[in-house]
Design a protein around this ligand. Sequence first.
Ligand code: TXA
Ligand code: MG
Length: 305
Amino acid sequence: MSQTPLQAARALANGDLILLPTETVYGLGADASNAEAVAAIFAAKGRPKFNPLISHVADVDAAAKIGELGPLGLALADVFWPGPFTLITPILDTRSVCDLARAGLDSVAIRVPAHPVAREVLAAFGGPVVAPSANRSGRPSPTTFTDAVEETGFAVSASVDGGPCQVGLESTVVSVLGGRVALLRPGAITRSEIEAVVGPIEEGVEGHRSPGRLTLHYAPDAPVRIEAGAARDGEILLGFGPDAGEPRWSLSPSGDLREAAANLFRLLREADRTRPTGIAVSPIPTMGLGEAINDRLRRAAGFVG
Ligand code: TXA
Ligand code: MG
């Protein structure tokens, strides 16, 4: 059953967990200032405590109160918020975003989501809401209400149905620390879109790292084989483009990267439910949004880091 954004905001204020729809993936949300509620997120997901959470806020003003955006962060926020974009900045307000939420780091991950339901919940609640993807740790992120309920619905006291997530991949994560920019997780906001705002992004910037990227991720139960030409015996092929496998299992029959991103996690889950011997995936172009899709696929196939 689905609750209203107001009921979800009340649950947050009460120290309870919620399912929060966003345009990227469904999140498992809690009051970022409430260490007990935040601990319940780590427990429900089976998430290692060294992996910090993203704080979601209603607008740039609210973001600037918890993190030091600086000129680079402000320029990026101006273009990409609200949207599928997360900034890592020095922490300013350690009371509003508790230590556990930040895994003890002196930085904070901040996002202003664009989904109207998420915005309503954040406006009604009034403070930062930590929300990792609502999957159990290591599994594909949920991009539909049903999948979110199946993953971590047991742990929440309110869940809001926001429909299928339009982006379907987690937000792009960019750190702005010490006057330098690093791309920590590719997403719907592409490398070239970011570079259009702040100039060329360096690789391997010292002191910029994402603890969550060190763990196994996005994996269904069936083994995933990427850059596959055709399905082998017992495999399901998630195709891309015309004439690649069965239309029912196509990420995008027309070869559209946006459509493929929106379908990826849902189709991985649906394929997994049929208990195939494996899930094969057609080659996906690497430019633009393809960088993020290939990143998730490599990780689903077991290549970490
Ligand atoms: O689209 C999204 O970002 C979704 C929706 C619900 O907003 N959330 C999400 O959260 O994907 P999660 O917890 O699954 O991923 C957060 C990522 C992790 O890789 C984590 O390590 C990184 O952000 N992160 C969080 N705080 C950080 C920090 N202070 N420094 C570096 N990386 C950080
Ligand atoms: Mg996640």
